[in-house]
Design a protein around this ligand. Sequence first.
Ligand code: ZN
Length: 323
Amino acid sequence: MTNRNLDRRGLLRTAAAATGLAATGAAGLASASPAAAATAPRRWRAGAATFRWFGTAGWRVDIGARTVLVDPYLSRYWTGLFDGALNPATKLTVDTATVDANVGRPETVLVTHSHWDHFNDVPHIATSTGARVLGTMTTYQLGLASGIPSGQLGPVKGGEVLDFGDYTVEVAGSLHSRNPGYSIGIPGVRLSLPPRPATVADLPEGDTLAYLLTVRDGPSVFFMGASDFVARNVSGMRPDIAMVAMASATTTHEYVPRLLEALGRPPVVVPVHWDNFETPLRNPPPVAPADRERLDAMITSIRRVAPRTRIVLPDYLKPYTFA
Ligand SMILES: [Zn+2]
């Protein structure tokens, strides 16, 4: 554990951090009760934050009365992706009833990248709730083109540490996953105002970010939306919980081991982006056969690299505290 990390956590979490340090073996640096040391209990106040998975890489996080969304995609329409070929001419549509029923009253929406399965519902959410949207410059331009007022759009690059009072958001420059041909689906950026997006091809990747959300008196949580990363950008983050995107190809060398090593083997890992997101939002989350194999391999890899890590395979919309 680095001094930088001690400082950051000490400022943000006071007593909760002491228990966490004891649980990770740094007992000499902080005192902990015998009970805490023996049972490695929860490291944060259980009610500090509640997490609900939307499928894909999407999350709703409730921090008291405040709500943060990450890559909220609930419309889940058919594009052909899970039948062997994505039709890039598929029209963008929003299932407003499902979206409105599940997003609450968000104040902040974090977007990892602007592919449709991350960004599609964001313009509707932003314009109907007034939430601010943080993302890449491409997300900013696509948001503007989709009718989000500029005052609600915040472009970020990676490196920012943003203070929202009850929580902070650290942005990390990240990477999109690659297909088996070592390329990226719907690549591209938008650095000036494009026409209003109408099809999935109008929503290019636009570079990819990851986010570390740290809740006051609560956990720090790493969110990623695609299965690659820049190790030097996330090294030393040491989140309590990591939402880790499943790799759909083996193009990234030692993806899971390198990621978990860089993050400091988080106590809780939640695999995401393994479900078939072109089906209705009903439990149990459906998994395509090939993705089931990939998910099993991912879990095996997590267990091997981080045997003390708790792996949580989430259900849709179920409230989790991970405490
Ligand atoms: Zn993507």
